[in-house]
Ligand binder design. Structure first.
Ligand code: PEP
Ligand code: MG
Length: 614
């Protein structure tokens, strides 16, 4: 029978899902590269069917060639033993990618007025630049050294991109290098430059124009290995504001090394382009301005104020003074908050506020420590589980190293379901996953992972005597759920002879039902942490990942709920949702009585400084 099965394996039914591109950028290079990368984690054969063609989901250039635009759909087809898991995981991941692409936040611009005429644009990176406007153009230089052949240059370019990816792996922007490397393998780059040029010409004016930058960037990298370099000459000793139609990612990288470049104006492009992402990462004040700006060739200074999104070509004396003062203030604010990041955070009337970090693993814990976090308000443990299930030892080690870094750590148990899935966990497909088996509901149903996680926390705690730990359960909606989860923890501890003396138990306050049962919860829990991300979605009945519906993140309705929680609950409360880091509500939250805010690491220095002025 077994031999028969081997010789004639039962035909496996493909699992298919239709996915639609919701990002206005289409299914473009970076998300494709991320998607293809995730696909490799599964054993099943995974393909994409779009425009009547079926291509492997691991082949970036082939998916790119399908040229899938906004509102077009494709079928994700998985065949194999883990087809179901693969399909669910990749479907969720694709939706998240589309969501993130929509989500590249516009930088908030402040209103401001200059005397001279100002041109307005969209801020890519905030700051003030004063300098001579120089048109960005390059002259081609042929090196006298023996150049590489085209094929050798291709190989060297692939190695460069690998290296760049490794060096920048912790940053989101590193995906750009990985994506470009995948593009190098496409048929187009196996041909000659003339054909690449032809392809670039064809893309002009099409919805895929944004690809041109990646093609040109690769051309440039290959060229340089062939001894052909393009050079940009800066005038000596002059602070400059570069104006360009657009920039390639590699050009941004080069420009970032030139200290005399104070700012950048782009005539084209968008805040989602690879170059824009890098300009933000390098903190170069940048504006996209569609109005006509011509570098006159004369050396006089202009002002680029990307805090208010303006370019002033011919500023008055008082405009200069204003810009200089603003630049000084901006720099000082950033520097001060960074240098004061380890100092106590006390409001003007003497209230001490804890600024904690939301983290995912030991690396983000170290980053948070360096940014001045006073503790960890939320360890999103599901990120330790994303690719493969960690062993008990690995989990224990991860929790222990984080606990060694901070005195106050809140470990949230697995929050799976909704928009978060694990490749090796099967959750039946639900019509409304955000209202389904999510968070504690999943852990109470499928207790194996939950019990192992609780044991890992218990062991980590036992390895560091006298360290207080907080265990927090996600998505709790009734007191019974909390009691059940706590009892399981006590059982696990008892089975393994572990003490729970140093452990406090709390819940994420993110389901509105909890607000109406606070007296009951007060009798059970040791603490609450408000997850405003989910609380908002459930208060307004609008999915947090919905592509078109959105809610004002600082809605007065949400603030009323926060006020009500603060006045009713008797146990300590912190906020760990995104709202905790929003500038405009810091004062309001403190006035309501919140004394612990937990935010992403890079927001910590500026949040602390803002609190000191409340
Ligand atoms: C929240 O819901 O606000 C929260 C902090 O948790 P997550 O974003 O992980 O759901
Ligand atoms: Mg949540």
């Amino acid at each position: 029978m077994n031999i028969l099965k081997k010789l004639f394996p039962p035909k496996q039914t493909p699992i298919e899902t239709t996915l639609t591109i919701t990002s206005k950028n289409g299914f473009h290079l970076r998300p494709i590269a991320e998607f293809a990368n995730k696909t490799k984690a599964f054993q099943s054969t995974i393909t994409i069917i779009g425009k009547n063609q079926e291509v492997s989901a691991t082949q970036v250039p082939k998916i790119l060639a399908l040229a899938l635009e906004k509102d077009e759909s494709f079928i994700l087809k998985c065949i194999g033993n883990d087809a179901q898991q693969a399909n669910e995981y990749l479907t969720n991941f694709f939706e998240q990618l589309m969501h993130d692409d929509l989500e590249v936040k516009m930088v908030e611009q402040e209103a401001d007025h200059y005397e001279a005429k100002a041109l307005h644009g969209t801020t890519i990176a905030k700051g003030i630049a004063i300098g001579t406007v120089i048109e960005y153009f390059k002259t081609v230089k042929h090196s006298s050294e023996a150049p590489c052949t085209f094929d050798e240059a291709l190989n060297l370019t692939a190695q460069d991109l690998d290296q760049l990816y490794k060096e920048n792996q912790t940053n989101q922007e590193a995906q750009i290098f990985l994506a470009q490397k995948a593009l190098l393998d496409s048929d187009l780059f196996q041909k000659h430059f003339d054909q690449i040029d032809e392809e670039i010409q064809k893309l002009k004016g099409t919805p895929f124009e944004s690809r041109i930058a990646d093609y040109q960037d690769l051309q440039k990298r290959i060229h340089s290995h062939m001894g052909i370099n393009s050079e940009f000459k800066l005038p000596a000793d002059v602070d400059t504001i570069i104006i360009a139609n657009e920039l390639l990612p590699s050009e941004v990288e080069e420009l970032s090394k030139l200290s005399r470049i104070k700012g950048v104006i782009l005539r084209q492009g968008s805040s989602t382009s690879h170059a824009a992402i890098l300009l933000r990462a390098f903190k170069i004040p940048t504006l996209i301005c569609h109005e006509k700006i011509i570098a006159s060739g004369e050396y006089y200074s202009s002002i680029l104020d990307t805090i208010s999104g303006q370019f002033i070509n011919l500023p008055t004396q008082s405009d200069f003074e204003k810009a200089k003062q603003k630049a000084h203030q901006f720099k000082t604010e950033q520097k001060t908050s960074y240098t004061k990041r380890f100092e106590p955070t006390i409001t003007k009337d003497g209230k001490s506020i804890n600024v904690f970090a939301n983290i995912t693993d030991i690396n983000s814990a170290k980053k948070a420590k360096e940014q001045g976090a006073d503790g960890v308000g939320l360890l999103r443990t599901e990120f330790l589980f994303t690719e493969i299930k960690p062993t008990l030892e690995q989990q224990t080690q991860a929790y222990q190293s984080i606990l060694e870094l901070f005195d106050d750590v809140t470990i949230r148990t697995l929050d799976i379901g909704g928009d978060k899935s694990l490749p090796y966990i099967h959750i039946e497909k639900e019509d409304n996953p955000f209202l389904g088996i999510r968070g504690i509901r999943f852990s109470l149903q499928e207790q194996t992972l939950f019990r192992e996680q609780l044991l890992a926390v218990g062991l980590a705690s036992a390895n560091i005597p006298n360290k207080k730990i907080k265990i927090m359960f996600p998505m709790v909606s009734t007191p019974e759920e909390f009691t059940q989860a706590k009892n399981i923890t006590l059982e696990v501890a008892k089975e393994h002879n572990l003490s729970v003396e140093n452990i406090q138990f709390g819940i994420m306050l993110e389901v509105p039902s909890v607000i109406f049962a606070l007296p009951e919860f007060d009798a059970l829990v040791d603490f609450y942490s408000i997850g405003t991300n989910d609380l908002t979605q459930y208060l307004f009945a609008i999915e947090r990942t919905h592509p078109t519906l959105s809610i004002d993140p600082v809605s007065p309705i949400l603030l009323t709920a926060l006020k009500q929680i603060m006045t009713t609950a008797k146990k300590p409360i912190s906020i760990c949702g995104e709202l905790a880091g929003i500038e405009s509500v810091t004062q309001t939250l403190i006035e309501m009585g919140y004394t612990t805010l937990s935010v992403s690491a890079n927001l910590i220095p500026s949040l602390k400084e803002r609190i000191r002025h409340v």
